[in-house]
Design a protein around this ligand. Structure first.
Ligand code: PSV
Ligand code: MN
Length: 427
């Protein structure tokens, strides 16, 4: 389904006067602050949409068809991300998971994506599932496996994913390993680490000069006793040993309960080893819920560290890290869920941009703990939605993407185009 620019225009016209009032209030409230700069940063900021999150998610207990009209192939996935991007101008990239999505004709796929103004973000390998006809099994791990032949198969898969990514103009590979063990004694930790490192080194050697490798960590699941890249320390260890093109990727749902993710982010940035993000939210574990739906303050605190840390190193906010969503949608329309996630990310980013850094530094220097909290919560409690909407307006997108999506009955159109029973590949 393609959006017509007139549909966006009409929608914006109907909301513009209300929007102007809200924006002017913000301008008055933040008098003396260069809001233009903030708006431009919001216009530039893009969050990649995962190709595996465009359909209905499920749990190990079941999967319920919710919306219908799910994309049946990579072309339709690109169309869905194109629709999101037309609505919010903040979803200008797609992150592919291979082999869930294999571009048969990369040139054509690249052209199609360009029509929607989309780029290809990190490509993701999959050595956590066996594919039909696969000669060996990943049941006991992939890059860590005790059998060199399994390791070789997993290495080759990753190198093939790089090849696919090169053809699409992607510039990074995300490696997430399900490797680990379910029971004490099952694994020699040191050997598992060494095998994994050796395998990653072979993959790293196949990276093009301008590529990055993101090593994603996860505390548990599907292995429940140990994970071979279990936390940011282990990921950093691999990334440091691999070299300057290797970085740690932080997925917000991959920590043990109550981990201080903002501190992790700050230190990884300090070390120049933070590569990117998988945004989502969680109450208990890797729940893959809509970003900002459970812990919006944590999301803001993470962005607060990101902005502070990136500015300290003169990094371009929009381009120097990989910004991706990694979520699942068990009860919501996937596209609505993704619109909500992107909106939450943009709001947290806007809030972080407006933190009074000078005052915060001074309060920190004076050990004025009360004032530190006041400063942070002042922006966190400010309603900056009109700023984010203004960024969209200026970029030709919708003032209220979700209401336009609903008003245009986008899901109904997608069901009409693709059918009720379509199932997208992914988890
Ligand atoms: C694993 O839980 C993960 O976060 C990794 O990023 C995978 O690539 C993705 O989810 C999809 O399974
Ligand atoms: Mn992830």
């Amino acid at each position: 389904m393609n959006l017509d620019q007139n549909q966006i225009q009409q929608h914006n016209d109907s909301l513009i006067s209300n929007h102007q009032v809200r924006l002017n209030n913000l301008k008055n409230e933040w008098n003396g602050i260069d809001l233009e700069k903030v708006i431009q940063k919001l216009v530039d900021f893009q969050i990649a949409i995962p190709s595996w999150a465009l359909g209905t998610g499920g749990t190990r207990f079941g999967r319920f068809a919710i919306s219908g009209g799910e994309p049946r192939n990579i072309e339709e996935k690109i169309a869905d991300v194109g629709l999101l991007h037309a609505l919010n101008n903040a979803s200008g990239a797609i992150s592919l998971h291979i082999p869930w999505d294999i571009p048969q004709n990369p040139e054509e796929i690249k052209k199609l994506a360009a029509q929607y103004n989309l780029k290809f973000d990190a490509v993701n390998s999959n050595t956590f599932q066996d594919q039909p006809g696969q000669p060996l099994s990943y049941k006991f791990g992939s890059l860590q496996h005790v059998d060199k032949a399994v390791r070789k198969m997993a290495i080759e898969h990753n190198i093939e994913v790089i090849r696919q990514g090169v053809a699409l103009g992607s510039e990074s590979l995300t490696v997430w390993l399900a490797d680990g063990s379910c029971f004490p004694g099952q694994l020699n930790f040191r050997k598992a680490f060494e095998n994994t490192l050796e395998s990653l080194q072979e993959i790293y050697a196949a990276l093009p000069a301008d590529w990055k490798m993101f090593v994603e960590y996860k505390a548990f699941e599907p292995n429940f006793y140990s994970t071979t890249v279990g936390d940011w320390g282990q990921s950093l260890l691999y990334a440091s040993k691999l070299g300057e093109k290797a970085y740690t990727l932080v997925d917000l749902g991959h920590h043990l309960p109550n981990a201080n993710i903002e501190q992790i982010v700050s230190l990884l940035l300090m070390e120049g080893k933070l590569g990117g993000f998988h945004f989502n939210d969680s109450k208990y574990g890797d729940d893959d819920l809509t970003t900002g739906s459970i812990k919006p303050y944590q999301l803001f605190l993470i962005f607060n560290e990101l902005v502070e840390g990136m500015d300290a190193k003169n990094m371009d906010h929009a381009t120097s890290l990989g910004w991706m969503i990694d979520a699942s949608h068990n009860v919501k329309d996937p596209l609505e869920d993704l619109l909500q996630s992107v909106e939450a990310i943009m709001i947290a980013y806007a809030q972080a941009l407006l933190v009074d850094r000078k005052a915060l530094t001074a309060a920190q220097q004076n050990n004025d703990v009360v004032q530190c909290q006041e400063i942070l919560q002042h922006t966190f409690r400010s309603d900056l939605r009109a700023l984010v909407a203004e960024a969209r307006l200026r970029a030709g997108a919708a003032l209220s993407p979700l209401s336009l999506y609903r008003n245009l009955n986008c899901r109904k159109t997608l069901v009409q185009e693709r059918g009720q029973g379509t199932v997208a590949t992914g988890l």
